[in-house]
Ligand binder design. Structure first.
Ligand SMILES: Nc1nc2c(ncn2[C@@H]2O[C@H](COP(=O)(O)OP(=O)(O)OP(=O)(O)O)[C@@H](O)[C@H]2O)c(=O)[nH]1
Ligand SMILES: [Mg+2]
Length: 424
């Protein structure tokens, strides 16, 4: 029999209210021990919680959800108690002392939900992203995965693939009778429709892009105002600014949400060939590596000397007329002029490289499963041997199952659920 687990599922105390969750076969016994009796199912009931030796622990709202129609698929209880440290700790100690109960590991409630088929893997991954979402765009994408729209799409692909597999199997039966069956035209039409949908899903921006933020690297020769503009975009004095060339030596990164879009702003050492000391040269190498990794480069050097596709910035517009014939933005870090225009430009460019708002994007695990499925059926040709086609279809089906977590390994599940917090 599975252990019954418990954990503080709300934030760290002290807080106004703390929610302790208990899940597993002994959850009902635990509630009866603490509250005297099981309250009515799915109704909040105010109860006194008592220790086994009769001490009053707290007055709390108790919720009782009998399994299997619960968030974990098991018997589940929630105690909404006062959020003081000592209150929570007294209740946790009482639970820990009960037979069959133990503290939950990180993500263990969600892992049980997955094990009991309450959610599939794509929904669990969406939930992980929702909990770590810090910007509006991240929240909307994660919400869409949690709500199951991504899973529904994959289920639809899977059932279409199954119907097509059935046609191939039927042809195989024919062949047994020494009669060479051919696959109907609609088989190839529908298969290529599936292929197109998969290719477009694989070409869409990845979920990790949204999680990690769009990397905007400020680059250019020394003393061109990179650090000043970095600070102006962040609205804080994160980087040292000085009239000395070669002030910035190392890479400075700051995550920032601009207009609900996650960015990572990166300030770098000024690029120059001569005159740089050993430390600065290391900084310059790092700056070049950052430019390579960038999604967007803001170029503060001479026009056309930056990397391809860089945004041309004419900096220090308050004191110097732009030497650039066609600067994309003229900005002054000192007066702030042009900075909000630049931010708007960054937001609109970022949106084009991020998943669309509200659309669940594939993460790298999901896209590897889908691209394996694609490879398997891309090879299906009209004149192919039915046995070979059937095998290709079977591999594609297995990969879609992997996408949904129907064939997931323990290691992968450990890695996924380990990034959840305790109590989730
Ligand atoms: N008036 C004015 N001065 C600026 C502006 N931006 C930067 N400066 C000045 O230009 C000098 C260099 O600015 P930094 O931001 O340190 O330049 P940097 O490109 O980061 O320089 P390195 O780190 O050495 O590569 C400093 O004296 C700043 O005060 C601006 O918009 N207007
Ligand atoms: Mg600098």
């Amino acid at each position: 029999m599975a252990d019954t687990i418990f954990a503080l599922s709300s934030g760290a105390p002290p807080a106004a209210i703390a929610v302790v969750r208990i899940s597993g076969p002994c959850a009902d016994a635990a509630v009866m021990r603490l509250a005297g009796a099981l309250p009515e199912a799915r109704k909040a009931s105010l109860r006194s919680l008592q220790s086994t030796d009769g001490r009053m622990l707290d007055r709390a709202l108790v919720l009782w959800f009998p399994g299997p129609r619960t968030a974990t698929g098991e018997n589940l209880a929630e105690l909404h108690c006062h959020g003081g440290r000592a209150v929570v700790s007294a209740i946790e100690c009482e639970l820990a002392a009960m037979d069959g109960l133990r503290r939950a590991e990180p993500g263990e409630f969600t892992r049980r939900a997955f094990a009991n088929g309450v959610i599939d893997l794509a929904e669990a991954e969406g939930l992980g992203d929702l909990l770590s979402a810090e910007t509006e765009l991240q929240r909307r994408a994660a919400q869409s995965a949690v709500s199951g729209s991504l899973s529904a799409k994959v289920e639809d692909w899977r059932s279409r693939l199954l119907s097509l597999s059935a046609l191939v199997e039927a042809q195989l039966d024919f062949e047994d009778e020494d009669d060479v069956g051919t696959l109907p035209d609609m088989f190839h039409v529908e298969l290529s429709e599936l292929l197109e949908e998969w290719i477009s899903a694989l070409n869409a921006p990845r979920a990790e892009r949204l999680r990690d933020g769009v990397r905007v690297v400020l680059a250019g020769p020394p003393n061109t105002g990179k650090s000043s503009l970095f600070n102006a975009l962040l609205d804080e004095g994160a980087a040292i600014v000085s009239a000395e060339a070669g002030t910035t030596r190392d890479v400075i990164e700051r995550p920032v949400a601009l207009g609900g879009v996650p960015f990572v702003l990166v300030d770098t050492a000024g690029l120059r060939e001569d005159g740089a000391g050993e430390i600065e040269r290391i900084g310059i190498d790092r700056a070049r590596a950052q430019v390579e990794r960038a999604d967007i480069v803001l170029w503060l050097g001479e026009e056309g000397e930056g990397p391809e596709g860089a945004i041309e910035i004419a900096a220090r517009s308050d004191i110097q007329a732009s030497s650039k014939a066609t600067a994309d933005y003229e900005v002054s870090a000192v007066t702030g002029s042009g900075v909000s225009n630049l931010i708007e430009g960054l937001i609109s460019q970022a949106k084009s490289i991020l998943p669309q708002p509200g659309e669940a994007a594939l993460n790298s695990r999901q896209s590897s499963a889908l691209s394996n499925a694609l490879t398997a059926i891309q090879g299906v040709e009209s004149g192919d041997d039915a046995l070979l086609t059937a095998e290709r279809m079977r591999i594609a089906r297995l990969e879609l199952d992997r996408f949904l977590g129907r064939h997931s390994t323990e290691d992968m599940l450990d890695a996924l659920f380990g990034r959840f917090c305790i109590g989730k």
